[in-house]
Design a protein around this ligand. Sequence first.
Ligand code: GLA
Length: 401
Amino acid sequence: MKMIAPTPPMGWNSWNTFGSNIDERLVREVADAFVTEGMTKAGYEYVVIDDLWEADTRTRDGRLTWDDSKFPSGIPALADYVHSKGLKFGMYSSSGVRTCAGKPASYGYEEVDAQTFADWGVDFLKYDYCYKPLGVSGPMLYRRMGQALRATGRPILFSACEWGHNDPAKWGRSVGAHMWRTTGDISDSWESMIGIALKQGGLEDYAGPNGWNDPDMLVVGMHGRGNVADGGMTESEYKVHFMLWCMLASPLMIGCDVRSMSDVTRQILLNPGLIAINQDPLGVQGRSISIGEHDWHGPNYQVWSKPLADGSVAVGFFNLTKDADRGMLVPWEALAIHDRRPCRVLDLWTGEDLGVFDRYFEARVPRRDATVVKISPLPLVAAYAEPVRAQFGSGDCGECN
Ligand code: GLA
């Protein structure tokens, strides 16, 4: 069976900026922007409508239906439009009796709703956790919808939005989810973003092809406006946010208004080097290595590593302080690379080749900023062209005699 999410899903979701202000014109214009802004080319694929698309009541035959005033042409026509742009179409429901915004949801209707979504041409379902009936197991609710989606026969990406309440990283994959929210909702502030990013530590081994930890949608480019407004961030803080989500192998669901991105927002969200490490086929979630025995710099200066499929390692240097620039260093031994193996270092933000280094690499990182590099061991033959003894300096062999 073909995997639905071999690499972290990439797309856009209406919630962060638009909340209840959604309609078919917005969704069509967003789909257009995927093409005209180069988002499709960069890998973004899913256009997802979040909560508040629903009519207040089900149809007489018990089906969910759309709010006519927002979607006069109907959801199937909108799905067709999104598909005509070569994109995939996503929708939203909740596992309880109502959605978080109080609309009809799928508890007890899992099979009919899954079939309705499939009939409409839906490719992605975000499934929330509000209004859960008392006494019903949370994981069971997701198991029911996962089962119902599979039974439709349509490949539908299942995005479990359970906020981390019952450790979904442990069971998300087995209920058929392809991504699972690990935390509460993000808002457009540094504190919210960094708090969520650091809570992903410890979940690394649950992520991998076809099942990803989801630290929520991106707020890059929102600049303090929109539905999850919370003061906003500076451009370099948004850059740190995106770099963290890329290192985390997190789904990249854009939350800003993609019809009017600034140049910097575009530069962040469409950065090819960073997207490549997020989408790396090995599918390993990056982790902080600057803890415990490697706490070289203190908790506000984090070094993260993410092994890649080609044998290289992506390394992120995150300066989380507000007040001090800092030189930050990573020794090869902390990356599981032989300390004398020469490695090429590429700056992933700029694409610049920084040259060949051995033993360690040091980056100078401004306050509230980050550098992400790709460290690639040179081919073995070239690396060991010199006799091995010579690499240890004096030639003294210590214990070898
Ligand atoms: C919850 C989710 C959000 C969003 C809203 C919609 O809060 O976590 O991502 O979907 O519901 O009401």
